[in-house]
Design a protein around this ligand. Structure first.
Ligand SMILES: [Fe+2]
Length: 446
């Protein structure tokens, strides 16, 4: 790995030699490139600063890696430039900017986890403060945007959680992952495939109830998972699509035909493909067969290698293509915590030494993974290229939720959601909308 991961410092406004920015023609004396944060009280960059991030390995999310720089300022990416072979990263100090040369460390767009119940001891269901805690934990793990999932719970609890999500959304500040609406993963699900949810909390599709929740959330419901074979499901899908809310198929006993009818009605996402759905049979391909063959949809994959065997993960990629698969963690609140007993969805669960989270009867109850672990699994256990795996954790989730115009790739004009990863998938630095969340190059700790 390349030597100095250091702030090259503030260049005090003078133009730069070998500038990558291309908009300054003069030279910047080397003595103006100071290491660390000298000259600035209080440590890290300020919100108005422009930061130039230099790396030999920038993966934009939707293309080949290149050496170059990413410039971020005002919360946005303001420049993406490839470096000519003649220019060494260490010579890239630009003037009036903070330059951070990360050498061979990998620069990627922030990861987007569209299915996550909690992290670091914080649950998405427990209100605004815990959502904020969760958003901060996620950002430190390289996730810059997320869609928190609420599993089926008694109606009054669901409503408290929805209200909490609204409060979080309206007061959300910087330095944490951005919430992309909430995901109601229930209660309109099949009692035959409850997963870890308590069956008494599952309901048939009830549009007046959902309508009340849509009102309560005030624009913050991003997705609803439902079982399309239930009575009233088609009408519910249409209700969602009319309001710009994603409809997702999951926890379903749907036959192939029932699932296809759901897609025709407007379902655009498959919730944790393979898990909690009717499996594949060659004479009745089931919801799984419909999901794997439907075009133009996005399919979640819990890529912890515990929910789905790597061979099935490989089959899914081969069947659907790299543009359709969306890696998700499905992490429950104990993700990032030591093995032991925890509570999830109102039930007692065990987090084992192997990372598996189970109910007493062995049913899987979410995961303990972070999305960066899923990225790694796709590369190391499934054999997908890093570029393709990254697309499944950045570009595809952004498209699935309709935010690709502002997230998902390192491109000028998009939100400055940028992560620096080590060779070992450790998050070395992270910015969410240009706000620094973590920076081991300056702080010196992981
Ligand atoms: Fe689920």
């Amino acid at each position: 790995m390349a030597e100095p991961f250091a702030y090259l410092g503030f260049s005090d406004g003078a133009p730069a030699e070998d500038s990558l920015s291309g908009d300054s023609g003069e030279s910047c004396p080397p003595d103006l490139r100071r290491l660390g944060t000298a000259g600035r009280k209080g440590g890290g960059p300020m919100s108005g600063d422009v930061i130039t991030l230099v790396s030999t390995r920038i993966y934009p999310g939707d293309g080949e890696p290149f050496p170059g720089c990413i410039r971020i300022g005002g919360g946005k990416i303001v420049g993406v430039e490839k470096m000519s072979q003649a220019v060494r990263p260490g010579n890239a100090a630009s003037c009036g900017e903070i330059v951070l040369d990360v050498g061979d460390s990998i620069v990627i767009p922030g990861l987007i986890d569209i299915h996550v119940h909690g992290s670091g001891g914080f649950s998405a269901a427990d209100g605004s403060a815990t959502l904020e805690g969760m958003a901060k934990v996620l950002a430190r793990s390289g996730v810059t945007a997320f869609q928190p999932a609420l599993g089926a719970a008694p109606v009054d609890e669901m409503e408290r959680s929805i209200e909490g999500a609204y409060q979080f959304a309206s007061g959300q500040g910087g330095g944490a992952a951005e919430m992309l609406g909430i995901h109601l993963e229930g209660p309109f699900l099949s009692r035959k495939f409850p997963g870890a949810m308590a069956e008494q909390n599952l309901l048939d599709p009830d549009i007046p109830l959902l309508s009340r929740w849509v009102e309560l959330a005030r624009g913050n419901i991003g997705r609803v998972t439902l079982a399309p074979e239930l009575p009233g499901a088609t009408e519910m899908v249409e209700f969602l699509v009319e309001r710009g809310i994603r409809a997702s198929i999951g926890h379903t006993a749907a036959t192939y035909d029932e699932a296809v009818r759901g897609f025709r009605a407007g379902i655009s996402i498959v919730t944790h493909t393979f898990n909690a759905m009717r499996g594949f049979h060659h004479r009745e391909p089931g919801a799984l067969g419909a999901a794997l063959t439907e075009k133009g949809i996005f399919l979640e994959l819990i890529a912890d290698c515990l929910h789905v065997h790597p061979a099935a993960m490989s089959l899914m990629v081969a069947s659907c293509g790299v543009d359709s698969v969306v890696l998700v963690s499905d992490a429950m609140p104990a993700a990032g915590s030591p093995p032991g007993e925890y509570e999830f969805l109102g039930r007692r669960v065990t987090l084992g030494l192997d990372g598996k989270v189970t109910l007493e009867d062995g049913t899987l109850a979410g995961s303990s993974a972070f999305l960066k672990d899923c990225l790694r699994n796709m590369v190391e256990r499934v054999g997908v290229s890093f570029e393709d795996a990254l697309r499944m954790a950045t570009v595809n989730p952004a498209k699935a939720l309709g935010v690709f115009d502002r997230k998902g790739t390192l491109a000028s004009g998009k939100d400055a959601d940028v992560v620096v990863l080590s060779e070992d998938y450790e998050v070395l630095a992270c910015w969410t909308k240009g706000v620094e969340v973590k920076n081991v190059f300056r702080d010196g700790e992981a």
